[in-house]
Design a protein. Structure first.
Lengths: 218, 985
């Protein structure tokens, strides 16, 4: 006769048994992950040496409070603006073409070097010396650059502004568009892209040289 | 095939399917058109105005515009983009973008994705909060009006897919919002918590509570910190681009820790499949998929929200062994050893037939297969059965007699497209909720006729065109009378009968007694109504009959099922789309449990034990001898124990001690067993009688397949590891078999399916590869993998290919002494499943339906002085129950309704008898009468006010976007662009 029964005796592990079982489990884990643990300990030691662990510990210890303070601090107009500007700057950096700018920067550097030398000479400046230097082909080219640069600045590029333009009126900067075209691998388009870049380089170089010169004269 | 039309799309010629929407045509050609409110399962909702394009120069919503020959479509011009942008701007005015800290940021947010796709960096009209509070009252989902974009998808789903008709948008408010009923709290409305609204919501407005604070890495942050964080996120935005990038990164990180697993619902037989989202053991949400073959985006409250039982603390996690007056937890090794020695001992002493095996309709096909293989192939007995014996075996028999296959003859889509649906003895909207939605939808929107025959005025009855309440147990009489009337009028399908059916004349002769007068007298249905029903059936091109326990759980259950099939044969309603017989299967795998051979007289695929050739096939494959005589069914097993013939029983996943009828008698039998093994996920009533209790794993913790009511085989994948030391049933059975000397070597349930498919012609082409993901197969499945969504297209599975009309007679229902003056109807509720051992584990469900209750009619209440909450005792000749009353006009006169959802004093089966269907031994649960005593007059209504039954639905078609368009502040974006008025609405 097996009457219905409802009482159940659970297997109660003694504290010692539980501990033993847990330790066994940990031991197994350590053995299985020997390399990871060694690596981790190495990193942790370094962190500890620099006092990082202590800081992180306190941070987590007061996690919610710290986060609350942080977020509330960040949610102030000036902080928000800083982050916003940062994001905008990052966005703007993305529109620069470093390939184009590198030679320009070199030229600017060269310009600065010359200016520095010129100051050391500390010779007398006269209208005559200015006119004379205009005859110098390098100077002539620089002036030409500057003029072209000014032309570039004068052009309306409002449609490229990411922060002011509605999406349907947003246009990709010429350089980016060309970049995409180039990636398409079409040879004909590639050629066109290169000429585009060359022209762009001249424009930009002109602009920045002017800027460089103006600054160095001050 | 629809015709092709020639159009111009953005200047290029194209050929499109006629009747295709412009939106579809464009997206099919990979032309991206924003479409925030459009959902493939809902169609064009027309609220969002983001899919505007130009057709022949006019601005139109592409979702609702059908292509015409010669159309010139423009989806790219600046004007089109401008119009779309106006639509999107209006959405963003209603929705705050804080994606990174939003729980809905999982890659599927339509608002997020559309902002990204349209490259929107700023909006012209900034977001402005609405003057409405968040509604947090429902236990399963919450509504945040501030995030609601008023797309109306939820309303469409509630009104026209689920057809509970609770949700609408109040377009008359200055800032419109979704409202429940007449603007009540969600939890006090008619909402049945089916989850459709949260499933289709394109953003985080209507969201499952399981997701809240859980889905994201930053979303669990305390509220006071979260708000400034949202503000900060908004303040630092330099345009949405950078914000979306960060939230996309965060969303990608979520992929790593949220696991999405396809599974099949483990409640009723509809066979809903969906993805379940888990984070470790936590269940975040259930996400139905458009591709799910049976349910699409639909679920009911149990499938969508009823999964708490999986992580319940009451789960069994170690084997239990009876020792004196208590159980003690034991290691598997000890439990297996004990079972092995006892099984071997009893087999040796009393012979294999002293042992009995019971499979579960909750378990997988593979597990049913193994259970019968254990019984037949290892022990050597055919004493194996499953719980379909308690419900649908009579329907199976009725169909075997007439059409040859014991399953639904078509698919849910056939029911959906049928011209007339006849529901007999089925409370479909509560017992098979998702299947019912298809009927409710077709009835509401597509002119489908609905006839309902039931004792109770439930939701389907409320919606019916004709509703009849025949006297209990008399369905066969009115069915036969209608059939006779149809024949008498010469309305039978003569061609069909001549070409495809045998036994016509003999059958017509057998109908002689079933005159309309006789039927009216026996059933209480007026003659005119019977004629009206016959006419409706005659006029309908296609008829589907849906039936359930109201038919089968009677002493003449098999015969009534046969009469239904006869009616369908006479009217030619087999073998064509939109027609056929649908005995709605009760459990997720009640079909499969029988399909895979857990029956005393049949092998898998219903091949007979007595067939020498079939037996030889299995004997050869298994390398054993199988007894040629059919074994004992559930019912016989209980008698067998009482008679001392059955000594041991191995039962899995079945609370037979509650769900069998006359349970006092069953309990006495259990007490007499020499050895009793019960395998379950919980310590069930039945387990209390066991000698060994084995902890099993539920569907989410294992792989396998289920077969739904449509004969559809679907795979479930493992979402969680088995809890504690519990194991999947198939592994337990295999271990026991191997310890008893078998040499089974199944590494995966797929191996078991391969074996079953190789032996049973019904599944010849079934394999796990063919069932991958949301793919499914409806048996019979040919070797090449071709399945059978609709049966009997060419022939019936009889030697001459013809169906058989099968004469049946009415068996009068059980009669009770006068003192038992109340008929006790019984059955399911929407929100609880059977004895409730799974659904009561859900806090939410329990908060809305905390206990069982007895439905009594207002007349009876007046007569006896009953009130809501009156505690009564019902006593039948077999036992008694104690339960509180709830007064409702769903029942009438001296009939009461006791849902089957109580494991204790209210359990219906303390009342039921051991009388059973004369052909199948299915208990006659529905034939029970009782007397009532009042124990305590005053009490609380057992049904709390937050139960949906107190709600006040507001039926309407769709979201009624016309009301939005009629608002004085609404201008169609196309018109704005045309007039050049303000650029951004």
């Amino acid at each position: 006769m097996a009457k219905a029964i409802t009482s159940i005796h659970r297997i109660e592990l003694s504290e010692e048994e539980k501990r033993k079982r847990d330790l066994l489990e940990i031991e197994q884990l350590i053995a299985d992950n020997k390399d990871v643990i060694k690596e981790l300990l190495y990193v942790l030691t370094k962190m500890n040496n620099r006092g990082v662990l202590e800081g992180v510990g306190s941070l987590f210890g007061q996690g919610d409070r710290v986060l609350d303070i942080l977020v509330k601090a960040a949610d102030k107009p000036e902080t928000a603006n800083t982050i916003k500007n940062l994001l905008l700057m990052i966005g703007t950096l993305g529109t620069l073409n470093v390939q184009q700018i590198e030679p320009l920067i070199l030229k600017v550097n060269n310009g600065i070097a010359r200016v520095a030398k010129a100051e050391q000479k500390a010779g007398r400046a006269s209208y005559l010396s200015i006119f004379r230097s205009l005859g110098d082909p390098e100077i002539l080219q620089a002036v030409l650059f500057l003029l072209t640069f000014l032309k570039g600045i004068g052009e309306n590029k409002k449609e490229l502004e990411r922060t002011t333009q509605p999406p349907e009126e947003q246009v990709m900067p010429v350089e980016q568009k060309e970049g995409i075209l180039m990636q398409s691998g079409d040879a004909g388009r590639n050629e066109k892209g290169e000429t585009g870049i060359r022209r762009g380089w001249l424009l930009a170089a002109a602009g920045f040289s002017l800027l460089g010169l103006t600054l160095s004269k001050k | 095939m629809s015709q092709q039309v020639r159009v111009k799309i953005n200047g290029e010629d194209a050929f499109l399917q006629e009747n295709e929407s412009v939106l579809n045509a464009l997206t099919n050609r990979s032309l991206d058109v924003p479409s925030v409110c459009y959902h493939p399962s809902l169609g064009a909702v027309e609220t969002c105005d983001t899919c505007i394009v130009q057709v022949n120069g006019e601005f139109v919503r592409s979702c609702s515009t059908v292509v015409q020959d010669g159309d010139v479509i423009d989806s790219v011009s600046p004007e089109v983009k401008q119009a779309q942008l106006i639509g999107m701007d209006r959405i963003l005015y209603n929705h705050e973008l804080y994606c990174t800290v939003c729980d809905y940021n999982n890659g599927t947010c339509e608002v997020h994705n559309t902002v990204k796709e349209m490259k929107i960096n700023h909006q012209s009209v900034p977001f402005e909060p609405k003057p409405h509070e968040i509604d947090d009252s429902n236990p399963f989902y919450r509504y945040d009006p501030d995030q609601c974009i008023l797309c109306g998808r939820c309303v469409e789903a509630c009104q026209d897919v689920q057809v509970t008709e609770t949700l609408s948008i109040d377009w008359s408010l200055e800032r419109p919002r979704v409202i429940w009923d007449n603007n009540s709290k969600i939890n006090e409305s008619s909402c049945v918590s089916c989850g459709h609204c949260s499933t289709v919501c394109p953003c985080n407005a209507m969201m499952e509570k399981g997701m809240e604070g859980e889905a994201g890495f930053l979303t669990g942050i305390a509220k006071p910190t979260l708000r400034p964080m949202i503000e900060l996120t908004k303040n630092v935005e330099t345009g949405y681009g950078s914000i979306l990038t960060i939230s996309d990164m965060e969303s990608a990180m979520r992929e790593d820790r949220i696991k999405k697993t396809k599974t099949v619902c483990t409640y009723c037989g509809v066979g809903c499949s969906f993805d379940v989202w888990t984070k470790d053991r936590e269940i975040l949400k259930v996400e139905p998929q458009i591709d799910a073959p049976a349910n699409g985006i639909s679920t009911c409250v149990k499938g969508k929200f009823g999964w708490d039982y999986v992580n319940s603390e009451e789960r069994l996690t170690k084997p239990l062994i009876r020792e004196g007056d208590s159980f003690r937890e034991a290691e598997w090794e000890e439990a297996f050893n004990l079972i092995t020695s006892k099984f071997l001992g009893i087999k040796k002493t009393h012979g294999p037939d002293s042992m009995a095996f019971i499979s579960s309709s909750k378990c997988t096909n593979e597990e049913s297969y193994l259970m019968q293989k254990l019984a037949r192939g290892v022990i050597g007995t055919n004493n194996v059965d499953n719980c379909s014996r308690y419900c649908q075996t009579p329907a199976t028999v009725g169909l075997f007699r007439t059409v040859g296959y014991g399953g639904d003859s078509g698919s849910i889509t056939d029911i959906e497209q049928s011209e007339l649906v006849l529901v007999v003895g089925s409370n479909t909207s509560e017992s098979h909720p998702v299947l019912a939605t298809r009927v409710k939808r077709s009835h509401k929107l597509k002119g489908q006729k609905l006839i309902v025959a039931d004792l109770r005025k439930h939701e389907m009855a409320d919606r019916a065109d004709i509703f009849i309440q025949p006297k209990s147990g008399t369905d066969i009489v009115w069915l036969s009378a209608i059939t006779k009337y149809i024949v008498d009028q010469g309305w039978e399908d003569k061609t069909f009968l001549k070409n495809r059916v045998n036994g016509l004349q003999e059958y017509i002769n057998s109908l002689a007694t079933y005159t309309l007068e006789y039927a009216a007298d026996v059933t209480g249905i007026p003659k005119e109504v019977l004629i009206q029903m016959a006419e409706s059936i005659h006029k309908a091109e296609t008829v589907c009959v849906l039936w359930a326990m109201g038919v089968t759980q009677h002493v003449g259950g098999s015969d009534t099922s046969t009469a239904i099939s006869n009616l369908l044969l006479i009217t030619g309603n087999y073998g064509k789309p939109g027609a056929g017989s649908y005995p709605l299967r009760g459990h997720n795998n009640v079909q499969g449990a029988s399909d895979f051979g857990s029956m005393p007289d049949r092998f898998p695929g219903y091949e007979k034990i007595t067939d020498d050739q079939v037996r030889a096939k299995y004997e050869k494959s298994w390398g054993v001898k199988i007894p040629a005589e059919p074994g004992l069914n559930n019912h016989d097993m209980v008698s067998g124990i009482h008679e001392g013939k059955v000594k041991a029983m191995y039962l899995k996943g079945e609370d037979m001690g509650l769900v069998d009828s006359n349970i006092n008698y069953v309990h006495e039998a259990f007490e007499k067993l020499d050895f009793f093994v019960v395998q379950d996920i919980f310590f069930s009533k039945t387990a209390q009688f066991a000698d060994v209790v084995l902890p099993a794993s539920p569907s989410l913790e294992k792989e396998g397949t289920f077969t739904n009511t449509e004969r559809r085989i679907q795979r479930l994948y493992q979402a969680l590891e088995p809890l504690g030391e519990s194991k999947p049933d198939w592994q337990i059975i295999m271990e026991i078999a191997n310890r008893l000397g078998a040499d089974w070597d199944y590494a995966h349930p797929g191996d078991i399916m391969d074996e079953a498919a190789s032996l049973s012609p019904l599944y010849a082409g079934v394999s796990y590869e063919r069932l991958e993901g949301y793919k499914s197969l409806q048996w019979p499945v040919a070797k090449d993998g071709v399945d059978s969504p609709l049966l009997f297209l060419d022939e019936f599975p009889f030697p001459d290919g013809k169906a058989r009309l099968y004469p049946v007679e009415w068996t009068e229902p059980l009669q009770f002494d006068k003192e038992y003056d109340l008929h006790v109807n019984n059955g399911r509720l929407l929100e609880h499943f059977h004895e409730g051992n799974m659904t009561y584990k859900s806090e939410g469900i329990t908060s809305k339906t905390p206990s069982v209750f007895l439905e009594v009619s207002p007349e009876l209440a007046a007569e006896r002085g009953l009130e809501n909450g009156t505690l009564v005792r019902l006593t039948s000749p077999y036992g008694s129950v104690k339960v509180e009353c709830h007064i409702t006009d769903r029942v009438r006169g001296k009939e009461v309704y006791l849902p089957m959802n109580d494991p204790d004093e209210g359990a219906i089966n303390y009342l039921t008898s051991s009388h059973a269907d004369k052909d199948t031994d299915t208990p006659a649960y529905k034939e029970i009468s009782a007397k009532m005593e009042i124990l305590k007059v005053k009490g609380e209504d057992p049904l709390p006010r937050n139960n949906f039954r107190f709600g006040n639905p507001q039926p309407q078609i769709g979201v009624q976007v016309e009301k939005k368009w009629a608002r004085p502040d609404y201008i169609f974006p196309g018109d704005i662009v045309k007039k050049g008025v303000g650029q951004h609405g």
